[in-house]
Write a protein that binds this ligand. Structure first.
Ligand code: APR
Ligand code: PHB
Length: 392
């Protein structure tokens, strides 16, 4: 039976970052991932990295391609009823910024680095249950190639996303669950089309929300608010471009560059979290414990922020027998999780069509937007949350 110090479930941003930090400290871990390597590195997700996240990837020595191919942004546009304002980051955050680099790209970089550094990832290995978390010798039972196997470890890190098994192993009475299912989804596309803006544009329009983002000088990433029962088949390429043009129109001649759409998918929007992320020797991190709607671009960054606390706590335990960081792990993470829940909910409810155009709710959205456009203080609040607070 195999034994490692930390058994990690999930090769997403959380699990991979944890394995790489632990390896640097000489702590042996192994990752179990139920999908294939090909699936994981091709899974299209968001691509907004906070400065803290970029700094950590650089410290870990996985930032080479991100520095070359990622795109630094020092501001963002918000548009409401076709009026566009710019929020600069630098003056409000002491020069901090964000980087646009696709999540699957950094996941690919980290998987390659794991291979180079001898960190084992078992792909197509599905964790089925976790045992002994209240003892000093927990284990993960998993299936690989049709056979049931056991991984013994000192600690289990469940970095297994929203649909993972980790959360199910917390005692039911050890946490409260919070959940909002929004009545809309995002239709996301990738297109071979040069981005028509130097910065991201988040836009409220009476037809619904739209977002312009990018992946490179040749590839645009764009999103449209759609209803939850909508289907990709309802959206021809032409309909998508026409609708994006309407929703992103700034009244000053803004026009998108059109090009071949090579990816189209619909993602539901939800806010979800539990307010306890640990039990005995089991620790949850990332989407396993919390989901935010992508409007604030916080998902990956929160996962990495959890791992900062978890890795530090584990290293202190292995090196000095100090369990103080393990004891306060949930509390330490939850401050930032709640901050991100608040900001993501704020951005979502500000920028989406929440009710009829002209309704009370819609007038409140407009009142907020008008306030942001004249107040340096409001602008600063948005800038520091968007870029990500250094500490909280
Ligand atoms: N056994 C093994 N692996 C599992 C199991 C299981 N039972 N269940 C889930 N997994 C794997 C999934 O296949 C996935 O690759 O766990 C991984 C979890 O990765 P992510 O979903 O990427 O979650 P996380 O690492 O927390 O990263 C959060 O990802 O979901 C996005 O937008 C989110 O950007 C955020 C980031
Ligand atoms: C993306 O580029 O995919 C992206 C950017 C910002 C967001 C969400 C997604 O808020």
């Amino acid at each position: 039976m195999a034994k490692v110090q930390v058994g990690i479930i999930g090769a997403g941003p959380a699990g991979l970052t944890l394995a790489l930090i632990l390896q640097k400290a000489g702590i042996r871990s192994l990752i179990l991932e139920n999908r294939s390597k090909q699936y994981v590195i091709n899974r299209v997700r968001a691509g907004l990295l906070e400065q803290n996240t970029v700094d950590l990837f650089n410290e870990l020595g996985v930032g080479g391609r991100m520095r070359r191919e990622g795109d630094e942004h020092h501001g963002v546009y918000l548009s409401f009823n076709n009026k566009k304002i710019h929020i600069p980051f630098g003056e409000h955050t002491g020069g901090r910024h964000i980087t646009i680099y696709g999540q699957q790209e950094i996941v690919k970089d980290m998987i390659e680095t794991c291979a180079e550094r001898g960190i084992e990832i078992k792909f197509e290995a599905t964790a089925t249950h976790i045992e002994g978390v209240e003892t000093d010798a927990p284990s993960i039972v998993y299936t690989e190639g049709g056979a049931e196997k056991v991984l013994n470890c000192d600690f289990v890190a469940a970095c297994d996303g929203f649909h993972g098994i980790g959360r199910k192993h917390l005692p039911k009475d050890s946490y409260q669950e919070f959940r909002i299912e929004y009545p809309f989804s995002w239709l996301g596309i990738l297109a071979y089309a040069p981005p028509a803006s130097d910065e991201l544009i988040y836009s409220y329009h009476k037809n619904g929300f739209a977002l312009l983002s990018m992946r490179s000088a040749e590839v645009s990433r764009l999103y449209l608010q759609v209803t939850n029962d909508d289907k990709v088949e309802n959206w021809s390429d032409e309909r998508i471009w026409d609708e994006l043009d309407v929703r992103l129109d700034d009244g000053a001649g803004f026009k998108l560059n059109r090009g071949e759409i090579f990816e189209k998918s619909i993602t539901p929007m939800r806010s979800f979290m539990i307010d306890n992320m640990q039990h005995g020797r089991l620790f949850l991190a990332g989407d396993a414990a919390h989901i935010v709607p992508p409007t604030g671009g916080k998902g990956l960054n929160l996962a990495v922020a959890d791992i900062r606390f978890l890795s530090k706590a584990l290293i202190n335990w292995f090196e000095k027998g100090d369990d103080s960081g393990l004891k306060t792990y949930s509390e330490d993470c939850l401050r930032r999780v709640w901050r991100a829940q608040d900001f993501s909910n704020f951005m979502t409810t500000l920028m989406h069509k929440m009710d009829e155009h002209g309704s009370y709710t819609n007038q409140l959205q407009k009142a907020k937007f008008d306030y942001i456009s004249v107040s340096k203080n409001y602008e600063a609040t948005i800038a520091e949350n968007y870029v990500g607070l250094k500490e909280i």
